[in-house]
Design a protein around this ligand. Structure first.
Ligand code: AMP
Ligand code: MG
Length: 402
């Protein structure tokens, strides 16, 4: 049995990075930038107004007796340009986003101005630069705006859009073969006969794969039949990665490990010092020109889902070129208490909330690795390290937001 940090490192080191392709910006959400993006122009492209108001020369606005009256000589709206030079004693009405007229160096917001009969009266003196969004204030030409390995969120996409970049180099999405095993499984659309359970992992795991950028290739479930299992797993090796669930423990019909070895998958480890999810194997299938990572997850629905988040997801993200990111660990005061003596790392399902400015966390109603609803209630994992034997009521517990 190996520790979870070691396991994660082995997975990250072994998962191969996929090639790159060009994607339309509009369909690039969630994908990973494959090449650094350097700005080729300034944003904003020129000085413009941050407010609806009046463009003025700041020198005009300080008067010993308080009030300043300026001639209103024109107007500039967003999308237009005011051509003339603005001279001393003059002002131009300006809308948010409109370019700053030549000669002016500040914008006085409407609230501080009274306008009548072609004149404006300022209630306050203003400093140079007030309410002006300077050219290049957001992005300067030549600056690195997105580094490779970054995941495209709506904001990264917006920055690319503002630079006029419509095509972006991203890593290919992995095709991930998914196989559920177990004689007891019946398709979700069937009424289970006595002893049968619906194949919910086929749905949960497919959604998890999709959520982290993969394309799911669903293999036909193969029960616990060794011949069919071998056939299905072999087929799975033509994808970029293979995930199985069930049949990887020590039961009489847990055949996955044996069959994986027989078809040439080199098992890197089997058995993790964690809970839930101890029976988990990770292997590699070396082919002429590539390596296919194989994740054999346990069948218990919670274990499978938790293991996916902790170990498969980082691997699939690495395949897409993502720079591994440290999960943000937070600490919350525990409500209730936690005891364990098995020396394993526990990923308990927790509910964290804010109580008078303090993070407080409690366990979900059940921690059974078969009870999927614990993942509905939970909004975090409570991480209990290997060596920790108890966390007392009111002590700080490490949490990871879900
Ligand atoms: P196993 O890992 O094969 O020993 O399965 C452990 C438990 O998880 C058993 O109670 C199985 O019935 C259940 N299980 C296995 N695979 C699935 C699945 N695809 N969907 C729902 N439950 C499953
Ligand atoms: Mg089974």
């Amino acid at each position: 049995m190996i520790q979870s940090s070691k396991a994660r490192q082995i997975i990250l080191d072994a998962c191969p990075q996929l090639g790159t392709e060009s994607s339309d910006l509009a369909s690039a959400l969630g994908r990973i930038v494959a090449k650094d993006v350097v700005a080729h122009e300034d944003i904003p492209a020129g000085d413009n107004s941050g407010m609806d108001g009046y463009a003025v020369r700041s020198d005009d606005t300080s008067s010993p007796n308080g009030q300043v009256v300026l001639n209103l000589v024109g107007e500039v709206r967003a999308g237009a340009v005011y051509r003339d030079e603005v001279r001393a004693g003059e002002s131009v009405k300006i809308m948010t986003g409109a370019p700053i007229p030549r000669g002016t160096d500040a914008v006085v917001e409407r609230e501080q101005v009274e306008e009548s009969d072609g004149r404006v009266t300022l209630k306050i003196p203003v400093l140079r630069g007030r309410h002006i969004r300077k050219r290049g204030e957001d992005i300067q030409a030549g600056k690195l705006v997105l580094e490779k390995g970054r995941r495209l969120r709506p904001y990264e996409m917006g920055v690319l859009a503002s630079l006029g970049i419509e095509k972006i180099s991203v890593h290919r999405r992995p095709e991930v073969a998914l196989l559920t095993t177990g004689d007891e499984l019946t398709p979700v659309g069937n009424d289970p006969a006595p002893g049968q359970v619906r194949d919910s992992n086929a749905v949960t795991l497919a959604a998890q794969i999709f959520e982290c950028g993969g394309k799911v290739i669903s293999l036909d479930p193969c029960g616990d039949d060794e011949v069919r299992l071998e056939e299905a797993l072999r087929r799975g090796l033509s994808s970029d990665a293979l995930i199985s669930t069930g049949g990887v423990s020590v039961g009489d019909y847990d055949l996955v490990l044996r069959v994986l070895e027989r078809i040439g998958v080199r098992i890197q480890f089997w058995g993790l010092n964690i809970k839930p999810g101890k029976p988990f194997a990770f292997g590699l299938h070396l082919q002429a020109d590539r390596v296919v990572p194989v994740f054999a997850l346990p069948g218990n629905p919670v274990s499978a889902a938790v293991m996916f988040l902790q170990f498969v997801r980082p691997g699939l993200m690495k395949m897409q070129g993502a720079t591994p990111r440290e999960t943000l660990s937070l600490y919350a005061r525990l409500e209730g208490k936690i005891h364990k003596a098995d020396g394993k790392r526990h990923f308990l399902r927790g509910i964290v909330g804010n109580e008078s400015g303090q993070l407080v966390v409690r366990l979900t109603d059940t921690q059974s690795s078969g009870a999927l609803t614990s993942l509905l209630q939970a909004n975090c994992f409570i991480i209990v390290p290997e060596e920790t034997r108890e966390i007392k009521h009111g002590d700080l517990a490490e949490i990871e937001l879900l």
